[in-house]
Design a binder for this molecule. Sequence first.
Ligand code: TXA
Ligand code: MG
Length: 330
Amino acid sequence: MARIIPIAHDTEKAEAISAATEVLLRHLPVAIPTETVYGLAADATHPTAITSIYETKGRPRFNPLICHMADLAMAERYAVFDPISRKLAEAFWPGPLTLVLPLKENSGIHPLATAGLDTVGIRVPVGFTAELIRSLGRPLAAPSANSSGRISPTTAQHVDADLGQKIEVIVDGGPCPVGVESTIVKVEDGEIRLLRPGGIAVEAIESVTGKPVVRPKASGTAAIEAPGMLASHYAPNAAVRLKATEVSAGEALIAFGPDDISGAAAAHALFNLSPTADLTEAASNLFDYLKRADASGATGIAVMQIPDEGLGEAINDRLMRAAAPRGTEG
Ligand code: TXA
Ligand code: MG
């Protein structure tokens, strides 16, 4: 059973760093809080460590992992930065932006972490995890800390319920403030390509760089660019119905904004992502409310329409995956 270690006070934090470091040095994974979602982290330079992530999650191994760094200087030891990527790193790190960059030769990042690609997805997370990386002195590969195909965890309790029997340590940093995974971009020939919408809005990237962000042309393109982007992901057990304009008896409703829809009062359970229609608040509540709606015993989950701008793009991406036919990614 996992030991759950809080980090509210400095003494707890020091204890969490030393306990997590000790497990990582044995090439086993630990669950860590980040600003986006909880990660299942292990030493990105060690094959046994990376294999233990795939095994714990039951995740397909052709899927490259994001490597987390303590800061930009550390990232530059492993990857080659073009000027636009460096500008993005300076603007958004630490924070929910992942850059796909060419790997340096003999970088030390193990090919199992990158699925043998000559590029690596890198981000610098906020807070505790950056301190842990500094303590270990090595990058941490970390996908979301959930079984493959399940909804990503945004609290230590979510992690414990899913993986608590399989891992030794869960560091409890409280609810993740952003609530959806990082935005992934790749700069190629001076063009910024969006591989996954996430916690940094595309508009913010465009405003920092003065360049348009190029979205994948059709659904399916992203699956090739970012190999983890298979259609079904974030799958609850109950069927998910999008852009609902009414609720049927027995369904749970995930609402957005101040307005009611027909049947809302009789919904099996009701969760409002943001009564004031704030997309940032909605993103932070998304995975928790999906899990709760799923656990409510509802026959299905109806979700109201969410605007497709700002963080709404990431929310709609995750909802489409939750509603898609079931696959095996995670
Ligand atoms: O917010 C996040 O990014 C969370 C937290 C824990 O940091 N991490 C996360 O990692 O979502 P993961 O491993 O689940 O997401 C990896 C995604 C996959 O879709 C993968 O295909 C893509 O990043 N990716 C990683 N390396 C890549 C590369 N070299 N080229 C293209 N896509 C890459
Ligand atoms: Mg995931």
